[in-house]
Design a protein around this ligand. Structure first.
Ligand SMILES: [Zn+2]
Length: 243
């Protein structure tokens, strides 16, 4: 996936006129399962909505599809083990900033970053994930949008659809990389924004130092968010797409 350098695209243009959505519709009283392909997607894609759901008393669980080890594959100072630990710590810090005083559990699906294939999950692990969603008393499932041009994000979308169908609850997709560039745009776009949580989201984004700074400086192919894109996520409404 090539990184966008400016925050423009067909989805953003279409979303400019989209109606708002309230947290009670996105996440009815009960539990909420959020599927994040990588540590940081939950913050960049739906951090304000996550904060609002926590504030409204929802029991939130995050299903992490991959450990994010693919962001800096060539670093010598951060080998795989150290990078995975760092990204886990960043996720924990971001969730604590988005939902202070609340407990958000994280379940790891253990798929491989960059080439996640739901076939690898197997029936047993899938059933454990469904049991996790039921234990949360999930009334809604959120996952990345299948229009995001990244295979892990489309896998998350497919998995989210399967789980929400299995437990019979609503399904919403949040967009990250699909916000940018030209692509087919779906119809049911809704915008979430709540100024009470803007600073929390900024702080949570900043907690992802491995993804937003040159903290890991010995991998020329390492991932870092372009500055203009970072600012876009910090200040723009979150885009949700109906199931
Ligand atoms: Zn991602």
């Amino acid at each position: 996936m090539s990184l966008p350098t400016s925050p423009k695209g067909a989805l953003l243009s279409a979303a400019a006129d989209a109606p708002p959505i309230e947290i009670d519709e996105l996440s009815p009283p009960g539990g909420l399962l959020i599927i994040a392909p990588h540590p940081d997607d939950e913050t960049f894609g739906c951090g304000q909505a996550l904060a609002a759901a926590a504030q409204a008393g929802r029991e939130i669980g995050v299903l992490l599809l991959t450990d994010g080890a693919g962001s800096h594959p060539g670093s010598a100072s951060y080998d795989r083990e150290r990078l995975v630990k760092l990204r886990k710590d960043e996720l924990d810090a971001a969730l604590a900033l988005l939902a202070p005083g609340k407990t958000i559990t994280v379940m790891r699906a253990g798929l491989e970053d960059g080439c996640s294939d739901l076939e690898q999950l197997g029936l047993h692990r899938y059933q454990r994930i469904v049991a996790y969603a039921r234990a949360l008393r999930a009334k809604s499932v959120w996952a990345t949008w299948n229009g995001d041009p990244h295979c892990d994000h489309t896998s998350a979308a497919t998995l989210g659809r399967m789980i929400s169908d299995d437990i019979g609850v609503g399904f919403w997709r949040y967009s990250i990389w699909g916000r940018f560039g030209e692509r087919d745009v779906p119809h049911d776009l809704r915008l979430f924004s709540d100024g009470r949580f803007e600073q929390r989201k900024r702080d949570a984004i900043a907690a992802y130092r491995s993804q937003t700074t040159r903290l890991i400086d010995d991998d020329p192919d390492g991932f870092v968010f372009p500055q203009e894109i970072l600012e876009h996520f910090a200040q723009s409404p979150e885009i949700f797409i109906g199931g």
